[in-house]
Each structure stands twice: as structure tokens, then as C-alpha cells.
Design a protein around this ligand. Structure first.
Ligand SMILES: C[S@@+](CC[C@H](N)C(=O)[O-])C[C@H]1O[C@@H](n2cnc3c(N)ncnc32)[C@H](O)[C@@H]1O
Length: 332
């Protein structure tokens, strides 16, 4: 019996990609948005997305089994979770990050090559942040989808009441700048990021009426001057995409940009010291191997050592969730 259970676990693992692919393709085809106003038959949906009915019906039936759709008298409806998060133009739409994940599928297809030949063996879409506006928008709005609730949670954990000017390094959609500025009325923030990303950041800043409190600085953070006079450098979900030497470089540049007594705070994935847990972080480390030139997941101990090398003291860290952490250091 235990053998059967063990084997079932293996089959479940081997088949997991089928569920993911059905869901990802359904999001790409915008099936859920097509059903947001009214239920439809497979033929009606097929006409809408300009596809033959046969294959689509199989996909729809699998989505019913995955509990993302319901089927009643040949009519397909969105399940509540799909109606809430997967319909474009609805307030809670979170489809950008899912589309981004599907774009990463290509890199994962080359996992064996990356393991056997080194990550340089894979022809990555490394420059999508700079070159491909559609992919950039899905990624950056997607980061906002993922970060929105987390930013509110962290803004309750941190006391930034005395912080005056924060540098949001690689600020993305300015998600954290916005959440922190809303909570702490004295705070101004400068979001430094690449040009395409800043288009999204500016839209989000405007949407949140934060133009007066948040400004932007365009540049590649490895080349650009950070400026000076900051009392906080905030680095959220950046370091895992870069190598150790590049992370230390960012810490040294942050140190120079801070006033004495200023802080650096890092928000990133948590991984334990022997890099075997939690599961999502170990998988994300693989994701970085197939998707970036030098990225990886770093333990709190490693990041603390690198912060100390850059000159920071009073270094401490804490988990935010089982898979994420905050690490801070102070410029003496
Ligand atoms: C994973 S996102 C994190 C966004 C944001 N900090 C957050 O936590 O929501 C990485 C961000 O770093 C920016 N980025 C990556 N490499 C960069 C570089 N070399 N110079 C400036 N920004 C960069 C990307 O454009 C993107 O906004």
C-alpha cells in the first residue's frame, strides 16, 4: 500500500505541469474575462476567441475539474475565484503575474541544458525588462499584484515615522513607495528604475494621487548615480536576480547614498542556510538559474555578511511570511 501511495506521489508530481499549462493557456486566451458578464457555451466562447470548438471544449472541461469554471446545462460560468481575480477590467484583476509566469515557461523548458551546460547555455529572454514593453508591463503590474497586500502588511511592521526621504531601488510599480507614503505622512520617496518600468510606476503613482510625494529617477542601478541625502534605501525583490558581487556593489552604492544614521532595508525571499527549504524558495532559486545571468536565493546569514562588508552595522533580520524576510542595517 505504501508503495502505491509513493508511486501516486511520483505520478502526481510528473503530471503537475498539465494543470499549470491548462490554467496558463486559459489566462492567455482570456477565457475568464470572456465569461465575466454572462455564461457561455463552448461554441459561443469558440466564436469569441476565433478557435474551433473541439479543443476549447476539452480545455473548458478541465477548467471545470480544476474548479476555476462551473458547467450547467452546457453553459460555462466563472467560479468565484476566477470572477474575482482573473477578469480584466475588474478591480482585483491579478492576471498580469500569471501571464508573466507563462512567459517564463520557455526558460524552464531549457532547465536540463542549464543544469548540464551551465546557465549560459540557455538563450534567455534576459532583456525583456528593457526591450519588450508588453512583457515588461505584465511583469511590473504583476509585481504590483503580488506586492499590494504585502506592502500594506509591511507598512504596519515598519516604523518610518521619522524617515524623510527613501530611495526605492528598482521600485517596480512603486508599490512599496505608495504604501509607505500613504501610511507615513512625512515620507517622500524616489523610485529608481529602468525606463519601461517607470512608465508603469508613473501610471500607478498618478492613480494613487502620489505625484507630490513620490518622484522617479531613470537609470540602470549598476551605472546610475543614486544621489545623496537619503535616510532609507529600500531594496525589495531585487537581489535574487543578481550575483553576489553585484549585490555587494548595490550595498556599497546604497551606503554612499545614505546619510549617517540612515538605514538599508532589504525585502526578499527567505531561504534557509542549507538552501533546502521552504519549497517555494528552492523552486524560485531554480527559476533564477534558468531566467537570469547570475541570480540566486541568498540566506539571511549571507546577506548580513555582505551588508557588513559594505560597512553597515546593527544588522538584523526577521521573517515576514514563511517564504519572505526583511533584513536591515544601519550606516554608522
Ligand atoms: C522583481 S521587480 C521588484 C519591483 C519592486 N521593488 C517590488 O518589490 O515590487 C525587479 C525590479 O527591478 C528593476 N530592475 C532590474 N534590474 C534593474 C537595473 N539594472 N536597474 C534598474 N532597475 C532594475 C525592474 O525593472 C523591476 O522593477
Amino acid at each position: 500500500m505504501s508503495n502505491t501511495n509513493g508511486f501516486e506521489k511520483l505520478m502526481h508530481l510528473a503530471n503537475a505541469y498539465r494543470q499549470a499549462k491548462v490554467f496558463l493557456v486559459a489566462c492567455d486566451l482570456d477565457i475568464f474575462s470572456c465569461l465575466s458578464e454572462a455564461p457561455k457555451t463552448a461554441a459561443q466562447l469558440a466564436a469569441k476567441i476565433k478557435a474551433p470548438t473541439e479543443g476549447l471544449e476539452l480545455l473548458l472541461n478541465a477548467l471545470v475539474a480544476l474548479e476555476l469554471l462551473k458547467k450547467e446545462n452546457d453553459l460555462y460560468h466563472n467560479a468565484e475565484i476566477s470572477q474575482t481575480y482573473l477578469c480584466k477590467n475588474r478591480a482585483n484583476y491579478r492576471g498580469h503575474i500569471i501571464k508573466h509566469m507563462h512567459q517564463c515557461w520557455y526558460s524552464w523548458d531549457h532547465l536540463a541544458e542549464a543544469v548540464k551546460g551551465g546557465r549560459q547555455a540557455v538563450n534567455f529572454r534576459r532583456n525583456f525588462l528593457v526591450e519588450d514593453e508588453k512583457a515588461n508591463r505584465d511583469f511590473i503590474w504583476g509585481m504590483n499584484d503580488v506586492g499590494y497586500d504585502r506592502a500594506l502588511e509591511i507598512s504596519k511592521k515598519l516604523d518610518l515615522s521619522k524617515t524623510k526621504h527613501m530611495l526605492d531601488l528598482g521600485g517596480g510599480a512603486a508599490t512599496y513607495s505608495i504604501a509607505f507614503a500613504k501610511k507615513f505622512k512625512n515620507l517622500k520617496s524616489t523610485a529608481l528604475d529602468l525606463p519601461l518600468t517607470l512608465k508603469v510606476a508613473c501610471e500607478n503613482i498618478k492613480l494613487n494621487n502620489m505625484d507630490e510625494r513620490i518622484d522617479t529617477k531613470e537609470g540602470d542601478f549598476f551605472d546610475a548615480e543614486f544621489g545623496s541625502g537619503y535616510d532609507l534605501v529600500w531594496i525589495s525583490q531585487i537581489l535574487h536576480a543578481y550575483s553576489k558581487s553585484r549585490c555587494i556593489n548595490l550595498f556599497k552604492k546604497s551606503y554612499r547614498a545614505l546619510e549617517a544614521g540612515g538605514k538599508i532595508i532589504i525585502h526578499d525571499f527567505y531561504i534557509n542556510e542549507d538552501k533546502t527549504a521552504p519549497l517555494d524558495s528552492t523552486l524560485f532559486a531554480v527559476h533564477m538559474m534558468v531566467g537570469t545571468e547570475g541570480g540566486g536565493l541568498y540566506s539571511a546569514v549571507e546577506l548580513s555578511e555582505w551588508l557588513a562588508q559594505a560597512g553597515f552595522d546593527k544588522i538584523k533580520w526577521d521573517k515576514v511570511t514563511p517564504g519572505t524576510m526583511l533584513i536591515e542595517g544601519c550606516k554608522p
